[in-house]
Design a protein around this ligand. Structure first.
Ligand SMILES: Cc1cc2nc3c(=O)[nH]c(=O)nc-3n(C[C@H](O)[C@H](O)[C@H](O)COP(=O)(O)O)c2cc1C
Length: 241
């Protein structure tokens, strides 16, 4: 039995195109794996903690090898809880809209909570950075209003898919599969409908690969690409970034 965490980063509910793609994937997956529990995490509805002054201070207290104050400890426990819930899953599905060429702010907030030294990555002066969330597959449904095809000038503006692959790769994910639906706005409703139908079909087919734990690694782990030279001095539980 595998626990699936379904992370939803669109606030648009039934209108969301990224959710339409991941819903199709989840439906196909659940049909073949009826015993696998699927926990949905809607980032615009969930009460995820802020990564604010106190939480950031708590992070730096750890980096500098000092003891947390009572207030910092309380803030840090909330961060740890988010990470624990995240890491307790075996497989991940995520719906990600493009916002201003990147990702919605609620997903960035969630990532800022997750990416912590000693929890989701480690640092060693000799080895550099190592992702700690390993051997877990991730399926992502991306939606964009415009088009950003590989090999075109528009590709450089895609800081959505590139960032997700980099930051999840940094945390150790090496098996990332995805389906992109684009354009969802440019080109009018007819084009959008046709592109969505094709993307939904691709997502339905992708479940088979997910079900066998993405045997084929689709993305090289970003953590192995980060050079160790010139990195700042390490604190108690990781590099200061
Ligand atoms: C705040 C905001 C910013 C957006 N920025 C972009 C953008 O930079 N490029 C783009 O192609 N589409 C952009 N869009 C359009 C969305 O990517 C598009 O509507 C997509 O389908 C949203 O995903 P969803 O349908 O899953 O919510 C933006 C939409 C919103 C609400």
């Amino acid at each position: 039995m595998s626990r699936v965490l379904y992370i939803q980063a669109s606030p648009r509910g039934k209108r969301s195109k990224s959710l339409a793609v991941t819903d199709a994937f989840i439906k196909a997956y659940a049909k073949s794996n009826p015993d696998d529990p699927i926990a949905a995490l809607n980032l615009f509805e969930a009460n995820i903690p802020s990564f604010d002054g106190l939480a950031v201070q708590a992070k730096y207290t750890i980096l500098h090898g000092m003891e947390h104050s009572a207030e910092e400890l309380q803030a840090w426990r909330s961060v740890e809880k988010v990470i624990e819930t995240f890491k307790s899953a075996d497989k991940y599905v995520m719906a990600v809209p493009m916002w201003n060429f990147g990702i919605p702010y609620r997903l960035k907030q969630y990532i800022d909570l997750l990416v912590q030294p000693g929890y989701t990555f480690s640092f060693d002066p000799q080895q550099g950075y190592t992702g700690l969330v390993t051997a877990k597959p991730l399926f992502v449904g991306y939606a964009r209003g415009g088009e950003y095809p590989p090999g075109t000038d528009a590709e450089a503006f895609d800081l959505q898919k590139r960032y997700i692959e980099l930051i999840f790769g940094f945390m150790g994910f090496s098996q990332i599969e995805s389906v992109v639906v684009e354009p969802t706005l440019q080109g009018g409703p007819e084009v959008a409908q046709r592109k969505l139908a094709a993307a939904v079909e691709r997502a339905e087919q992708a479940w088979a690969a997910f079900s066998c734990r993405f045997q084929k690694a689709a993305v090289t782990s970003a953590s192995t690409l980060i050079p160790t030279g010139g990195t700042p001095k390490a604190g108690r539980s990781g590099g200061i970034r």
